[in-house]
Design a protein around this ligand. Structure first.
Ligand code: ADP
Ligand code: MG
Length: 699
């Protein structure tokens, strides 16, 4: 335990680096504070005169804390966050400076956008873009800089980032949900989506990390024979946390708390050296910003402890990779969680309506949910029996399923109390309060009062997934509201609508084992899509039904969807290209020379032994095997080398990505197998870099 955990009071420093509600109440004039809170709570626009006042207060608050610069912090399509720092200094006539920050600077920034991917959206002559403050996500201080969370657009109005569509999707979901709630007599005027992202990660020793070019260049190991021990003893999951890791977690919590991030749960995960950190849920856009920030801080704090935090989805072959569980729900401005079954019949039937709307959304747009989690890194996990399959399905749990079945069939059911109910909208049994049956193999599981989407990759932003989730649910709710508003026989019509919707979409519900091979066949029979890789999934972004969906809500235009597909697939190809080139580098400069050196050593030993009249057959066998592996490896190097060069001749973004997947990636696998076999033959002290055993067990 670090000494400060004993002497410092968390509530005293929680959020001390955030321009949060408390700070605003203290520093802002009343009317400015009110205007800003209104913007945050109700999404109303901010006037420029108010912005000036807020900017000045923000600057004073920051300058008192030693801050000299500000930055508009945004999330371009690269998946990383971006920032350009400007100082507050402004020259005065007497040759001195003052610290200044205007409302205009707060609200809008103009970074040169030409080097950010746009997926062909902008002609090069129109490279300018601008960033716009998202006042619903609080500004914060990091490294003597004031960070202002912003959205990023081009001057022609196209969105170039991941935040803008998320904000739009939250807005459309709110509108449609409010319409539906009204039908049940609710007076709510706004619905907010909430997310609690559980983050998995690995920690390795920095000194070992520095000796592995694959980790340095790609974030994952590209070579490595299995260690004698993996995760088979299941002893790491929730196991004792080592002192060094505990110190890291303590320090990390403190840094996150200062930034107002509600870091809550920390534990060891399944694989050796793997851990998890879960914050308490918050509004989607804030959760997305905080998750991005959290990932950054996780890496930074690790370095202070002589560790490296690996956020890659699959740092090590043979043990579990890392994901991110997106716990998602919706709540009203009156504090009602729409996925909480509730106690009264009104709450129950409203819950059931929302639930059926989600079933419809997930079935109709399973392709979008799937592609929202697609990346080169996550391709290693989905469907590999450590993470949910690539097939999107919903887990309801037995109790909820019984209720849905009864609703659909109109039949009597006997709940536990022995009382009989006819399930329709007029009579509902009490709902299960806590759904403790956690099916870990399901991608999209109901977990009591929220849905947990478990397919996300650990390194990815949660923005894209939540943009899609919000939009597809908004779509179901819009259809429901269109049908039910003005209905003369509300209960009858609602009942009919729910039954009909359930019948049409229940194929997406699967309560069984998602890792079972039989499920793949069953899902195919049900007609559910199974997009194995990023290359299979991504092009569906621009399917006609999906373009229609996004355009109808003004979340994305067709052009923006095309540009996103382009940028994501292009990124995929680049990632594989870097991995292939890193492998070639390591194989040519480190592994093959080691193999050759060892074969030479064996040959000398054979000669010496023969000269001494000794039996050299063992060395002979080993030398033959090592030489064979060297030759296979060398051939694999030549093959991969050519394939990487030939990639330039492939035309088209999809075709190039497919080439990298089908040709380059499979050759990488093949090359690795020779190298890993060689590793098991070569003496430990000759192997050129730390092994899996070193990396995973010497932390
Ligand atoms: P588990 O590891 O069993 O999946 P955790 O307790 O670690 O569960 O994580 C659950 C996550 O779900 C937490 O981040 C929690 O804040 C979040 N959560 C709880 N309620 C909601 C909600 N209404 N909306 C969104 N997220 C929620
Ligand atoms: Mg979870």
């Amino acid at each position: 335990m670090n000494e400060y955990t004993r002497v410092e009071n968390v509530p005293d420093y929680f959020g001390c680096n955030v321009f949060n509600e408390d700070t605003m109440r203290e520093t802002l004039p009343k009317n400015a504070y009110k205007a800003l809170v209104n913007t945050q709570k109700m999404g109303t626009a901010l006037e420029s005169s108010v912005a000036d006042v807020i900017a000045a207060s923000m600057k004073d608050w920051a300058v008192q804390r030693g801050v000299t610069h500000f930055t508009h912090w945004f999330h371009p399509l690269t998946g990383f966050s971006a920032e350009k720092h400007d100082s507050f200094i402004s020259p005065t006539t007497d040759g001195k400076v003052i610290m200044e920050f205007s409302g205009k600077e707060l609200i809008k920034g103009e970074p040169d956008a030409s080097s950010f991917p746009s997926g062909g959206l902008r002609a090069t002559f129109e490279a300018r873009g601008y960033t716009a403050w998202d006042p619903t996500s609080p500004a914060f201080i990091k490294d003597n800089t004031l960070y202002i969370p912003t959205a990023f657009c081009s001057y022609t109005g196209e969105i170039l980032d991941k935040k803008t569509p998320l904000l739009r999707s939250m807005e459309v979901l709110s509108e449609q949900a409010v319409r539906v709630l009204k039908l049940f007599g609710s007076t709510a005027t706004r619905v907010t989506t909430t997310v609690g992202p559980e983050q998995e990660y690995f920690l390795v020793d920095k000194k070992l990390y520095d000796q592995r070019k694959d980790l340095i260049f790609t974030g994952r190991t590209l070579f490595g024979a299995k260690a004698p021990r993996g995760q088979e003893l299941d002893d790491h999951y929730y196991g004792n946390i080592k002192d060094r890791i505990h110190d890291y977690m303590t320090d990390l919590d403190k840094e996150l708390w200062k930034l107002g991030i509600l870091a809550k749960t920390e534990h060891n995960e399944v694989a050796p050296a793997q851990h998890e950190l879960a914050p308490i849920f918050t509004t989607s856009n804030v959760a997305a910003d905080q998750n991005a920030l959290m990932m950054e801080i996780m890496k930074k704090v690790a370095l202070k402890h002589g560790l490296v935090c690996l956020l890659h989805e699959k740092p090590f072959a043979g043990v579990n990779g890392s994901g991110k569980h997106n716990n998602w729900s919706m709540s009203t401005n009156e504090g009602e969680n729409l996925l909480d079954p509730g106690d009264s019949p009104r709450e129950n039937i409203q819950f059931l309506t929302i639930l059926v709307a989600i079933v419809k959304a997930v079935d109709e747009y399973a392709d979008l949910l799937r592609l929202s989690v697609a990346s080169a890194g996550n391709d290693h996990r989905l469907g590999a029996n450590e993470a949910p399959p690539a097939i999107i399905s919903i887990f309801m749990g037995d109790e909820l399923q019984t209720i849905l079945d009864a609703l659909e069939s109109g039949k009597m059911i006997k709940p536990n109390e022995g009382q009989e109910f006819v399930i329709d909208v007029e009579a509902l049994p009490n709902f299960p309060k806590d759904n403790t049956d956690r099916n870990r193999t399901s991608p999209f599981a109901f977990t009591g009062n929220k849905f947990e989407f478990r397919s996300l990759g650990s390194a990815d932003t949660i923005s894209c997934t939540n943009t899609i989730l919000n939009t597809i649910v908004a779509n179901s709710l819009r259809e429901f509201a269109d049908k039910l508003e003005g209905s003369k026989h509300f209960k009858k019509d609602l009942n009919a609508l729910l039954v009909e919707t359930l019948k049409a979409h229940k194929r997406v519900i699967f309560n069984g084992n998602g890792y079972d091979a039989a499920w793949v066949e069953e899902a195919a029979r049900r007609g559910l899509p199974n997009y194995i890789s990023t290359v299979d999934a991504m092009p569906h972004y621009t399917d006609e039904k999906n373009v229609k969906l996004f355009e109808s809500f003004n979340v994305y235009s067709k052009k923006e969807l095309e540009s996103r597909t382009e940028a994501l697939l292009d990124n995929y190809s680049k990632v594989i290209n870097i991995e292939a080139r890193t492998m070639l580098d390591i194989a040519k400069k480190q592994i093959l020379p080691t193999g050759i050196r060892y074969a030479g050593e064996l040959a000398r030993s054979i000669n010496e032994k023969k000269a001494a009249g000794l039996d050299a057959s063992l060395e002979g066998r080993l030398a033959t095997k090592v030489t064979e592996l060297n030759i296979s490896l060398s051939d694999a190097i030549d093959k991969l080398d050519n394939e990487v060069i030939n990639a330039a001749d492939v035309n088209g973004t999809v075709e190039t990505a497919r080439y990298f997947r089908d040709v380059v990636f499979s050759s990488m696998q093949c090359m690795r197998s020779f190298a890993d076999e060689l590793e098991m033959k070569v003496p430990e002290d000759m192997w050129p870099f730390p092994t899996y055993g070193d990396l995973m067990f010497r932390v």
